[in-house]
Write a new protein. Sequence first.
Length: 251
Amino acid sequence: MKMRIDGREIEVRSGETIMEAARRAGISIPALCYHEAFGGQGHCRMCMVEVQAGGVTRLVVSCTYPVTREVEVKTSTPAIEKIRRDIVTLLYKRAPDSDFMERLYHSYGCSDNTLHANLGERCIMCRLCVRACEEMGVSAIAAVSRGTDKRIATPYDEASPDCIGCGACADICPTGAIEVIEKGSRRVIWNKVFEMADCQRCGRPFATLAQLEYLESRLDRDVVKQRLCSNCRRKEVVGKVRRYNASLPFV
């Protein structure tokens, strides 16, 4: 099946969304709550595009809109750009302490000074952190409260017994809203203190003991039991490949 996007015709795989097909073809559509690992959520609405099909034109959320027939897509029109400016303005006012949102606010030429700024806040409620925690199989954090008071937190803002301190939530957060404090052999995240494990090769603390125990219980792989940081693990893989290549006979 084919789809025309910004005047360019591309092939669309069965079940793909507009966002997935566009990114695979190297066409950029802005998004704040989308990640390739999780697919679309449709929370931020930054990825709105104009779709024309069967003589009807409408605005849709590209990260959740599956392509089921040939359509014409425009990723940038005056109406879409206004929507994105409004979204960025609202999110910046919600999270004015985020350097990421401040840069986005200025890059979109936003200048609204009438809305109340939620000082001290960096979270834009994209919920990528919640999805990352769910994918880890832990679900230690969630959206709590309602309306303008909605936020991401652990149950009752206390140290969650389910949290393993992996930091996946902080790594995926686009605005730096989740604080991770590492000092020596300890990591503090979500009001919980974790003991860190040292890499067996370089000696650098790289993961919490709770995280490694959890992974070992789920994966039971030697690569986990070796307790190597990502850099040393990468070096080990490269070394194995080189040794294997060196052992091959010359042709």
